[in-house]
Design a binder for this molecule. Structure first.
Ligand SMILES: *Cc1c(COP(=O)(O)O)cnc(C)c1O
Length: 383
């Protein structure tokens, strides 16, 4: 089919690689990178992004769930892959078969995994996670030593890393993360005292990587910044400053979400638009229909709150966003035609709509907007 859907996401793997390159320069050669490609690479396509990351020379890939790791293996990715969300005991056979690494937090999973690895005649890398305050995955610091000693004595497992995860690295208040960093340092020295030295340590997500350089350890785990977005506005000045200092161009958005006008019509003043007539035209208007809706991942709560770009100008979205369609008001934009390109986020002419801005309007974070760009939206890769 030569045709692709009018509503599509353009993915610039060049921008993705450039963002990785920026990170490498910022981090220096002593800090490794685990490229986080969970959730279909935050909606950008796990395989293309993982391949681009591998071509750029990263140390590790971070998948969310085991299925994502298996998918990469089946497509020929042979680099180390960590399952960040850990696994269930009944998934150990698949983990071992596909040479994936997992987060470990319990002796039970360690035992089951060790048995399976032995059975398949393989040595599996495991990353112990210590819970320094996220209270999600991870073993509590007071139980770390006993878990680690136990795993040391199990055959066919190799403890490759100690890791932790920050709950609040984009908070105004730096003390929460500083405290987590300190707990991690203590956990490490506890292990060291017992003669347990691990090849890898990793803590930092995107926010910590920029705001807490002391959390870099041996490896960092960036996700969002690889896709050119920032977790919170608090990162803006920090990242800008770091880029300037290193003589780097700013990080660039990897995805642009686009659609096209499928119908244009003149609507008289005082008419209700879309379901429940939540918007009434204030004057005679030109209204354009777009084939994009909440089934494509455009949040319905953005109804009457967002703008799009048409002919390089901002046009307000009007009326309730439907499942498959959305209306915009192009009255003030000259020469609009059916078939014209519309940008939901991305660039057009001199205008930009950022995914961060759109997320803010939807009272959410850019992660959620990107991950929710639907399966129905084809990804077009520009290389
Ligand atoms: C998702 C995730 C990351 C990446 O976070 P970003 O904020 O996108 O950089 C890092 N570590 C873990 C454990 C994660 O789940």
């Amino acid at each position: 089919m030569a045709h692709h859907r009018a509503t599509h996401a353009e993915i610039s793997l060049k921008a993705f690689k450039q963002n990785l390159q920026n990170l490498k320069i910022i981090l220096g050669s002593s800090t490794g990178i685990m490229a986080v490609i969970k959730a279909d690479a935050y909606g950008h396509g796990a395989l293309p992004c993982a391949s681009a990351a591998v071509e750029s020379g990263i140390d590790y890939l971070g998948a969310g769930v085991i299925e994502e790791g298996i998918e990469l293996r089946k497509n020929g990715i042979e680099n180390p892959i960590l399952i960040l969300g850990s696994i269930f005991p009944d998934e150990v056979a698949d983990l071992v078969k596909h040479n994936l690494s997992t987060i470990l937090c319990t002796p039970h999973l360690a035992e089951v995994l060790s048995r399976e690895a032995k059975k398949q005649g393989k040595v599996i890398n495991v990353h112990i996670k210590v819970d320094t305050g996220m209270n999600r995955l991870g073993v509590l610091p007071e139980n770390l030593l006993s878990l680690t000693s136990k795993i040391c004595n199990l055959p066919n497992l190799k403890i490759e890393a100690l890791s932790t995860h920050f709950s609040s690295a984009d908070d105004e208040d730096l003390s929460i993360t500083n405290n987590q960093i300190e707990l991690f340092r203590k956990a490490l020295s506890q292990l060291k005292k017992k003669g347990i030295v691990l090849p890898l340590t990793h803590q930092a997500n995107t926010s910590a990587l920029f705001r807490f350089p002391e959390s870099h350890s041996k490896m960092v785990r960036p996700g969002l910044i690889l896709y050119g977005a920032l977790p919170s506005p608090i990162l803006n000045p920090v990242v800008q400053n770091i880029c300037q200092k290193n003589n780097l161009k700013n990080f660039e958005g990897v995805m642009q979400w686009k659609s096209k006008i499928i119908l244009l019509k003149s609507v008289k003043k005082g008419q209700g638009l879309s379901y429940s007539r939540k918007y009434l035209t204030e004057k005679d208007s030109i209204i354009a229909t777009l084939p994009i809706g909440y089934a494509d991942g455009l949040p319905r709560r953005l109804s009457n709150k967002m703008e799009v770009l048409v002919k390089g100008k901002r046009a307000p979205q009007v009326g309730t966003i439907c499942m498959d369609m959305t209306l915009i008001d192009v009255t003030d934009i000259p020469d609009v035609q059916m078939g014209d390109e519309v940008v939901v986020f991305g660039k057009q002419g001199n205008e930009i709509i950022s995914v961060e801005g759109l997320a803010h309007k939807a009272s959410t974070i850019p992660y959620e907007i990107l991950c929710n760009v639907g399966k129905r939206v084809p990804r077009i890769y520009l290389s």
